[in-house]
Design a protein around this ligand. Structure first.
Ligand SMILES: NC(=O)c1ccc[n+]([C@@H]2O[C@H](COP(=O)([O-])OP(=O)(O)OC[C@H]3O[C@@H](n4cnc5c(N)ncnc54)[C@H](OP(=O)(O)O)[C@@H]3O)[C@@H](O)[C@H]2O)c1
Length: 233
């Protein structure tokens, strides 16, 4: 079995990637920092030396780079079972005062990346007549909150993309799941003065995502909403 995970070196993506490798999946991973990518590749091989790993430095906000990444995967693999559109950037702000270009940056990273890689990789998923695409949306995909700004716009759009894809791929046997985490410990929250138990652990999101792989072909989880036990921040 084979999986592609974008933004796989840290946070939620890293936790999911480790779980997939533990389950014996070959993985193709990307992120911008190539040094960390190399370290992650070594860690993954120490978890399971029997898997194949493609690790590529890619800035997913760059359309051509995403298309090239998909192309590279297709030259090495002729089949793909799981695609996880996880890479994303959170730049807090308010529409009326955030810097020019912040909307574009987050739309490119959080939305267009998923659109282009999905289009690039579907040709090696469709012939299988099964498979799973997971889009890492957010609580910000369904509600506006202070300082959500353009991030929230991009995540509303990603949820829209995910719903459209679900309808389109229903008859093709490919499942599409939108995951909507609330505040989850990651670099985005580094330095925040809150008790550890106030936020979700990345491992919890990974456990929920990996459980999707255990379902039969006849059932799809369309949306998963995970909140901190004490509610949103
Ligand atoms: N943490 C939360 O509270 C939370 C809540 C809801 C939804 N989410 C969503 O969950 C996803 C993962 O978030 P996270 O909190 O786990 O993030 P994170 O810890 O900051 O990790 C982000 C990952 O994506 C990569 N990445 C970021 N920008 C990229 C780019 N332009 N091109 C390629 N890779 C890129 C990073 O590596 P490099 O920096 O090396 O590129 C890293 O591997 C995101 O889509 C985020 O919006 C997070």
């Amino acid at each position: 079995m084979r999986a592609v995970i974008t933004g796989a070196t840290k946070g939620i993506g890293w936790e999911i990637t480790k779980g997939l490798v533990q389950r014996g999946y070959d993985v193709a991973i990307c992120a911008r920092n190539s040094l960390l990518l190399q370290k992650r590749k070594e860690s993954l091989l120490s978890i399971n030396p029997n898997v194949a790993i493609i690790a590529e430095a890619v800035d997913v906000s760059n359309k051509q780079a995403v298309i090239n990444f998909a192309q590279k995967i297709k030259t090495e693999w002729n089949e793909l079972n799981v695609l996880i559109n996880n890479a994303g950037v959170f730049l807090p702000g308010q529409i009326h005062e955030e810097e020019d270009g912040i909307l574009e940056k987050q739309i490119e990273t959080n939305l267009y990346s998923a659109y282009h890689i999905t289009r690039g990789l579907l040709p090696i998923m469709l012939p299988l007549k099964n498979g799973l695409i997971i889009n890492m949306c957010s609580i910000a995909s369904i509600m506006a909150y202070p300082n959500g700004g353009s991030y929230s716009i991009s995540k509303f759009a990603l949820l829209g993309f995910s719903k459209v894809l679900r309808e389109e791929l229903k008859p093709q046997g490919i499942k599409v799941t939108s995951v909507l985490p609330g505040a989850t410990w990651s670099d985005s929250w580094a330095g925040v003065d809150l008790p550890y138990e106030r936020l979700i652990e990345t491992l919890d999101i990974a456990k929920v995502v990996l459980s999707l792989l255990d379902l039969s072909d006849s059932a799809v989880v369309e949306e998963i909403l995970v909140r901190p036990q004490l509610g949103d921040l």
